[in-house]
Design a protein around this ligand. Structure first.
Ligand code: ADP
Ligand code: ZN
Length: 761
């Protein structure tokens, strides 16, 4: 929620409760929400001429704010206008012919506004794709139909005109002019004259000029489930059949066959004419995943981020019309307008990309939970490494746990060797691949296996230091060290994306000469090529995979065995299923460990478990080597033992001691502006006000801060933050509702509020 200076909302807009629209007069009213950060529904009168056209879920044009400037809003309610002493304004225009959202989706978006402390209108504006709003990929077509109640036999008509009418009658519905003329074997003249006589009625309609593929591709049969899969499926089907809004945590190790369980559960849902929604992280929307669903079901819509507006709009309509049985997509697919949804699946539930980092800052898992509750349908959360939030709900008995602790076909999880890098002679000399890992790679290659090397830092070197004074080179706009990208010969800020030539002289001591410190994927690639000459190696990170489709091409080359060593960032850590990978090397497990973040340990465990999951996926077996300078770190030790439950137990007790999520609800407020002192002052004023409100109202909320944000400067903006912590979210919401309108404003400072913040930078 972003706040600007001044009174955005003009006078007299504290709306009456629109839910209680009641009237003695026969005036028609509408509740309208706007794309502004307030949780209010504004009331308008509906002119008689628009009364029939307007339904909830449509956009309207209304006068709003100072000067009554026209704004686009969303109608969320219609009914008799409330009796109000104040004179209501009338809405100007209805912008849609059909509602964009049904009652269920309106309820869901209203809840998101409340739960994430932003405006309902902001939520609506964000969840309806741009392509849907502007009707992308559609065009206006003119359709003809027969005027009702005509006695055709009595009319004096030419032969051609009669043919036109015959075609329309046998077609049984309105037709486009071109199609009509073509079928009747005539030109447009007979149609025009029939129109003039009032026998044919024209009507304009928007039709899609676009068609995408939702049909089946090379159908493959369902697999015969193993015992653990059968058990899991039965519990899910039990919930589906009894119409329970149960959340089921499917905790299955990598390769335990979770996807096959989802597929067969969906099979049942689809058999009853209902739809299923499968959310996956964007990163796993690979052809592999897509093929898996499209080869099993007749009508699958895949919503990925590369869709054009027109494609997105087309899919949206197909889904809304109930033509699609399975919808697979990333975070925002949770808003797919499926009218008969029967099941929601979230795969890789632990992925942080399910939390949106712009307003509305929703978590798709929580939205899914709400949707499942409203529709009385089950929600499946699948993962090998559940979030501690989800794990705790199971422990509390709120959600159901189903475990699949073993891989399919009796394949063992790969043994994990933790390698202490502190005393490795080669790493001491500046290499990134130590002696033990190097030997292991050699052996895997000799045995004709393939290798995955994982390093979660892109670029060549993550830091550049002055050789004389040791000062690090930072981004001019952000409080971040620049990464050296040798391929482009640029110093790049990984936060704002800004690129510069590396400075010739140290900005601190004017010495000429920089040291490139640390290893990113580019440097690792050089090292691998030097160490294993003649071995085909491929780097996958967001720099090398910029072109659309390059991701798929690269993975295909790896699948075919042309590439022997695949190295890269978390892009290669997840989801991939290549039976010939017999070795996974984690080049530096410390990168995710030493982050100033309460979830650093959890993320390290997740990453290691996921990366380890890429090997040992066939009878050939596989091994994992993890290089770290902290071999005793619990996240690493327990990941090496594949002991999620042990890790969760330990980490949860740590979080409990720290008063950290999931034991408390944490909401973060970040203020930013171009002048540091002003931001600092406003943050202090905010906190003073909030503290006073906490005391006055005895709110059970703990305020921590203000303090400079960990990234104190970002894209030229100074940042300060504070946290609101409470046992129950409701306490924070109540406090916020009370103070929100009284918070001091400052021309150069705006702020965002992030409920259940995950990104704490
Ligand atoms: P997960 O999603 O738990 O990582 P997958 O569903 O990807 O696991 O399954 C791992 C591999 O095992 C896949 O190649 C899949 O085709 C195969 N598989 C899954 N279930 C079965 C089964 N019942 N019989 C044979 N192979 C299976
Ligand atoms: Zn920057």
């Amino acid at each position: 929620m972003t706040r600007k200076q001044g009174n955005l909302f003009g006078e007299g807009f504290d709306a009456p409760e629109p839910w209680e629209l009641a009237s003695e007069e026969d005036r028609w009213g509408a509740g309208v929400v706007l794309d502004v950060p307030v949780d209010r529904v504004f009331s308008y009168l509906v002119p008689d001429a628009l009364r029939d056209a307007l339904r909830p879920g449509m956009r309207v044009r209304v006068p709003f704010g100072p000067g009554n400037r026209p704004h686009t809003g969303y109608c969320v309610r219609v009914g008799p206008a409330e009796t109000s002493s104040r004179k209501l304004k009338s809405l100007d225009e209805v912008l849609d012919r059909e509602p964009l959202l049904d009652a269920h989706m309106l309820e869901l978006t209203r809840w998101i506004g409340e739960r994430y402390l932003c405006g309902w209108g902001q939520v609506l504006n964000s969840v309806i794709p741009a392509g849907v709003k502007r009707g992308a990929g559609t065009r206006e077509v003119k359709l003809y139909e027969l005027a009702p109640g005509l006695a055709i036999d009595g009319l004096k008509l030419t032969r051609k005109q009669r043919q036109v009418i015959d075609v329309l009658v046998s077609h049984g519905g309105p037709m486009r002019g071109e199609a009509l003329a073509e079928t009747a074997g005539c030109g447009v003249a007979p149609i025009k004259s029939l129109e003039k006589k009032g026998i044919l009625l024209p009507r304009n309609e928007r039709q899609s000029s676009f068609e995408a593929e939702i049909g089946p591709v090379d159908r493959t049969p369902d697999l015969t489930l193993h015992l653990a899969q059968k058990k899991a499926l039965n519990s899910i089907l039990d919930a589906v059949r009894s119409g329970r809004d149960e959340t089921i945590l499917l905790h299955g190790v990598t390769g335990s066959g979770k996807t096959e369980v989802y597929i067969q559960a969906i099979r049942e849902v689809v058999a009853f004419g209902r739809q299923a929604l499968v959310l996956v992280p964007e990163i796993s929307l690979t052809p592999q995943t897509i093929r898996r669903f499209r080869s099993r079901f007749d009508a699958v819509a895949v919503l990925h981020s590369h869709l054009s507006d027109a494609e997105r709009h087309w899919h949206w309509q197909q889904i809304a019309e109930g033509r699609v049985s399975v919808i697979v997509g990333a975070r925002s697919a949770i808003f797919a307008p499926a009218p008969r949804l029967g099941l929601i699946v979230i795969d890789e539930e632990h992925e942080t990309s399910f939390k949106q980092d712009t307003t509305p800052r929703y978590h798709a898992r929580e939205v899914a939970r709400k949707r499942s509750e409203l529709l009385k349908i089950p929600l499946i959360l699948g993962t090998a490494t559940p979030t501690l939030e989800s794990w705790r709900r199971v422990e509390e008995g709120a959600d159901t746990l189903i475990s699949m602790p073993e891989r399919v076909e009796g394949l063992p999880l790969p043994p994990v060797v933790v390698v202490d890098t502190k005393h490795d002679p080669e790493i001491g000399r500046g290499a990134s691949i130590g002696r033990i890992l190097r030997t292991a790679i050699r052996r895997a290659l000799d045995e004709d296996g393939q290798v995955i090397l994982f390093l979660n830092l892109r670029g060549f070197s993550p830091a550049m230091w002055c050789k004389a004074c040791g000062e690090s080179i930072r981004c001019a706009s952000c409080d971040i060290t620049l990464t050296w990208h040798k391929d482009r010969r640029k110093a790049v800020c990984h936060v704002c994306g800004g690129e510069t030539d590396p400075p010739r002289f140290c900005p601190n001591c004017t010495h000429a000469g920089l040291r490139f410190v640390g290893t990113g994927t580019q440097r690792l690639e050089e090292e691998v090529r030097a160490r294993f000459p003649g071995v085909k190696c491929l780097r996958m990170d967001s720099d090398s995979m910029r072109k659309p489709g390059s991701h798929d091409t690269a993975l295909e080359a790896f699948r075919r065995g042309e590439v022997k060593i695949l190295l890269g960032t978390q892009m290669i850590a997840k989801g991939l299923d290549f039976p010939n990978v017999t070795l996974v090397g984690v080049v530096d497990a410390d990168t995710s460990l030493h982050q100033p973040d309460i979830r650093a340990s959890e993320r390290t465990f997740d990453l290691l478990a996921q990366v380890a999951g890429r090997t040992g996926r066939s009878q050939r077996g596989g091994r994992v080597y993890v290089q770290t300078s902290s071999p005793g770190e619990p996240a690493i030790v327990m990941a090496a033992r594949h002991d999620y439950a042990g890790f969760a137990r330990r980490e949860l007790s740590h979080r409990r001691e720290m008063d950290a999520p999931p034991f408390v609800c944490l909401t973060r407020v970040v203020l930013r502006g171009e002048r540091e002192a002003e931001v600092q002052q406003t943050a202090a004023d905010f906190c003073r006000q909030i503290r006073a409100a906490i005391e006055a109202g005895a709110h059970p909320v703990n305020l921590r801060g203000p303090a400079p944000a960990p990234v104190a400067r970002l894209k030229k903006f100074w940042r300060f933050h504070f946290q609101l912590i409470a046992d129950e979210f409701e306490s924070i919401a109540a406090l916020w509702r009370e103070v929100r309108d009284q918070l001091p404003t400052s021309a150069g400072v705006d702020f965002v509020i992030d409920v259940d913040a995950i990104n704490l930078r």
